[in-house]
Design a binder for this molecule. Structure first.
Ligand code: ATR
Length: 280
């Protein structure tokens, strides 16, 4: 999707994938800086490890405690830090790495644009309390959901996130576990577990504890397969559904905007993603 976007923007840049051992991350970031890379994306497990390796952290990285986008910057003649794209002739020797997080905004953009969910005042059941689940829970709380139910196989992790939300967003009613009977209608059920990624995986939802008929919309962060067991049963129960392709798309679109300073050609990027992932 990035290379399709770069072609559309007429930039002679390339987006490449590198497999990096966590022990080598610091050296790799330093090397990219020295080679005057425009920027980087980081994924598991580098998003947390990179925090102390950044020379500056944008508010998004501070707020969500993770870096998925790095932008290399240098100072212009007025001493202001600018993306490297800004330097047409020669790049100053001193370069800094600024860390951003574009994942959190991508979650809510996808929920709004791909699923049509209104988050303010919503009641939400969130499955999963790993890295993605934590950011989703905090981001939903920051958007003013009314009530959050947090469910995770390892309950302690859900408890820890609930405590963080109570401290940072006390207006949000946060409960660990499924809604108790009588059945309550929820605006959104969101899967942030990795259950559903592998062929033969079941659903992360305990249908004995929550009936999908009581959810208006269901979002699965997993985008491959396109329809997980959870999304299939949700669709059959009459829920609106969407998978995590939009999250992947929007975090990438925002990263591209940070590097280029231009509006991302989202349609071109979506088309490239769909073609690459689903082959059509
Ligand atoms: P990510 O960065 O994608 O969030 P993660 O931090 O490893 O990855 O989190 C994975 C999430 O999927 C966790 O909520 C995990 O539950 P635990 O906290 O109990 O480990 C959940 N998960 C993974 N495999 C699962 C399974 N077989 N059944 C239920 N939940 C599962």
């Amino acid at each position: 999707m990035q290379n399709a976007a770069l072609a559309r923007l007429g930039l002679d840049w390339r987006y490449l994938a590198f497999e990096v051992h966590p022990d080598d991350l610091r050296e790799v970031i330093q090397g990219a800086k020295r080679m005057k890379f425009i920027g980087l994306n980081l994924t598991v497990p580098h998003k947390l490890l990179a925090i102390p390796m950044m020379d500056a952290l944008d508010e998004t990285a501070k707020t969500w405690g993770a870096v998925n986008t790095v932008r290399f910057e240098a100072q212009n003649t007025e001493g202001n830090w600018q993306p490297l794209r800004h330097f047409k002739e020669s790049v100053p020797r001193e370069i800094r790495a600024q860390g951003f997080n574009t994942d959190a905004d991508a979650i809510t953009r996808s929920l709004r644009e791909d699923l049509g969910v209104k988050l303010e005042g919503a009641k939400v059941l969130l499955l999963g309390a790993g890295g993605a689940g934590r950011v989703a829970a905090l981001k939903l709380a920051s958007e003013g959901v009314a009530e959050l139910f947090l469910v995770n196989r390892t309950m302690d992790k859900a408890e820890a996130i609930a405590a963080e939300i109570r401290a940072r967003f006390p207006k949000v009613k946060t409960t660990v576990g499924y809604p108790k009977p009588p059945a309550m209608a929820l605006d959104l059920l969101l899967n942030a577990t990795s259950l559903g990624l592998k062929p033969g995986d079941g659903s992360p939802l305990d249908t004995g504890k929550f009936d999908l008929k009581n959810a208006r919309a269901v979002y699965d962060m997993i985008y491959n397969p396109a329809e997980t067991a959870l999304l299939k049963t949700a669709r059959e129960a009459g829920c609106r559904t969407a998978n995590g392709l939009g999250m992947l798309l929007y975090q990438g679109a925002r990263a591209l905007e940070l590097w280029t300073g231009e509006t991302a050609p989202v349609d071109v990027m979506r088309e490239a993603l769909v073609k690459h992932i689903y082959g059509h």
